[in-house]
Design a protein. Sequence first.
Lengths: 283, 319
Amino acid sequence: MTWVAVARKDFRDAVRSRALWALSAVFLLMAGGISVAYATVDEISGGAPSAAGLVFFVAGVIGTFVSLAAILACYRAVAGERDSGTIKVLLSLPHSRADVVLGKLFGRTAVLALPVVGTLVLGVLLGGALMGDVDVLATLLLAVVALLFTLAYVGIMVGLSAAAATTTRAATYTIGFFVVVELFWDVVVFGIAFAANGFSFRGVTDFPAWLYPVTQVPPSSSFVTSLSAVIPDAPTAAGGAGGMSPAQIDAFFATPWVGVVALAVWAVAPVGLGYLRFQRADL
Amino acid sequence: MAAIELDGLAKYYGDVTALDGVDLTVEEGEIFGFLGPNGAGKSTTIDILLDFVRPSAGSATVLGMDAQARSERVRQRVGVLPEGYEVYGRLTGREHVEFVVESKGATETPADVLERVGIADAADRAAGGYSTGMRQRLLLGMALVGDPDLLILDEPSTGLDPAGVREIRRIVRGVAEEGNTVFFSSHILSQVEAVCDRVAILRQGQVVAVDSVEGLRDAAETEATLRVRTDGITDAAVAAVRGLEGVASVTRQGDEVVAGVADSAKTAVINALEDAGVAVVDFETEETSLEELFLSYTQGDAGARAEGPDTPAGEEVDG
């Protein structure tokens, strides 16, 4: 297994993307602004800003940032090397195709970890300084879950890139994923509820219990839900379409840990499937 | 043990045949030229040797190891100068070499490698800003890391200035002097001719000739084009010439007969024409160059070429 060499090379390459750093700068500013607003504007914090609540506000910024930055930083990860021909440099060395995919996964996760941790630290410290309180445990847990979330998103994008023969197709797959699974997942959830209810609509409170895991499909939803699972006394527990809360549902899967499971699946399955396709491809 | 052994190697992309049953043995320690026009299947062959592409039929063995099943072991011992000279634009020359050294577990220092190919002063510049020649030097340096037993060069002369071409030759000879094998793919005969011990000529996915460069040169020298001007030609005279031993092709062009002939058959052609009652006004012979011979292998009717060389294809009109 020589994937560490691939990861190191890939990190050095991807970390020099100007577009990624421009996007990171925008989100750093946004994280700073949002945490200041949370700490000082009652209408935003609901009148009772808390250090744990701030963590969830910062998490929201990270959720959006990672989903966009992962597309930007990863859609060309494998397909771009096939397009340009550098894959023939890479694979003329004694790397297996699994080494290539793993190296890309961890190399690019490490690149994205930099702005993610930066955003997190800036947001939590700035807001914390204004409130005079920092929840250290919640911040550390946010860091851990945010890195798992980053790994999952990079896995999705690297997997789609590995499955694509050209950069154009990789762009279609990755942006298509974002549009369907992140932007319009609410529509999908409501559509399923509508169909399950005999094509009539009765309202969110009447959603069947089994719909709850479906609402956790978008990685950014499962990210926020995972946070509420691991952070004790989390003030906001609802992530996902329709605001379904596991507290209102009586089923074994009605727990925010569903979010952790969803993140774990996202971290493993797409990159695994993408690898299988890449493994069989003629380059 | 052969450095490369291809056995019935075939690759089909749907209806398109890229390789059609290639058998080839490259011995250890030789500089082997792999010649053919663009699209003949040279790159596909190299892609199979490196497991970029999986064969539809047949097998490829590199340094005694199956090119598919043991690809990583193969690539551990092979150095490759890929076609097109693509590099990672954001990485420096030094970082490229560091990556190769780490990937192969080699011991070279990147600075020495870059020195060896003459781009040490550009070591810390991003390779995206390198000229074609510099990129090619960088990739050549990378290909030589770890002292490979087999060096594969895919169209190494494309886009190079004469100095770069000479540099390639110097390095190729150096690699061979150390007892290693070089597999040199090119569509330019003169590049291969200058450096290779043996060549295979590939055409439309098939090997149409394998010979030493001397052997090919001999074949070229025994072939000539004989052009005979007469005062009027008859079909019987043309038929008589065609029936002669050592005559590969006959073409009638107005009052002229153009024949591809072996050296020994020239006089027989003149005699046969005169015996058939045709008056010979004048005649001239043109020696076939190695380049023309190569063209004759790679153009026109492949079946005839498999038997042996004859006149350049362009002259085979209504014969």
